[in-house]
Write a protein that binds this ligand. Structure first.
Ligand SMILES: CC(C)(COP(=O)(O)OP(=O)(O)OC[C@H]1O[C@@H](n2cnc3c(N)ncnc32)[C@H](O)[C@@H]1OP(=O)(O)O)[C@@H](O)C(=O)NCCC(=O)NCCS
Length: 136
């Protein structure tokens, strides 16, 4: 049977790269904002200096921190991490899509799983931030 006009051709088995892991996270920006206000050292515990610098360079820093928090959680879900440091998953700003740098327990788990790393996609509004992560 012919595919309807405009429809994508059926996928051939094995024609897509396998996804080794997937994670997602969603956060109310205000929740992180309140937590950071209550605990002044929290930002340093959660975010690397480069992540904080990137956020500080933007109009509403907490929005970008919230998206980074989501990215860390999404990568942790994809890796199946339980005990880990948030700083072991770093969102590295580029001129296009951000990249993920793993270290410590997150890098060890990636090696254990035999994956090269993680790719994330971030989004935020004034109210909500979210991220998805796939292992590759
Ligand atoms: C860069 C772009 C993808 C951001 O999208 P947006 O809807 O403005 O904002 P979102 O909240 O969804 O996403 C922002 C995040 O996208 C990520 N991002 C930036 N450039 C990116 C790119 N080239 N590819 C993928 N992700 C990108 C960043 O992580 C950013 O968050 P951060 O600054 O905290 O790191 C978008 O502005 C863009 O240029 N799109 C190209 C297509 C286009 O012009 N569409 C217009 C349709 S009206």
């Amino acid at each position: 049977m012919r595919a309807p006009s405009g429809a994508r051709p059926a996928a051939r088995p094995g024609s897509f790269p396998a996804v080794s892991g997937l994670g997602i996270d969603l956060l109310e920006v205000e929740r992180l904002e309140r937590a950071l206000e209550r605990r002044p050292r929290l930002a340093e515990r959660l975010f690397t200096e480069a992540e904080r610098e990137y956020a500080e360079s933007r109009a509403r820093p907490v929005m970008h921190l919230a998206a980074r928090f989501c990215a860390k959680e999404a990568v942790a879900k994809a890796l199946g991490l339980t005990a880990w440091s948030f700083r072991d998953v770093e969102v590295v700003a580029t001129s296009a899509a951000p990249e993920i740098r793993l270290s410590g327990s997150a890098a060890a788990r990636a090696a254990e799983l035999g994956v090269e790393g993680a790719t994330v996609s971030l989004t935020h509004t004034g109210r909500l931030a979210a991220a998805v992560a796939v292992l590759r």
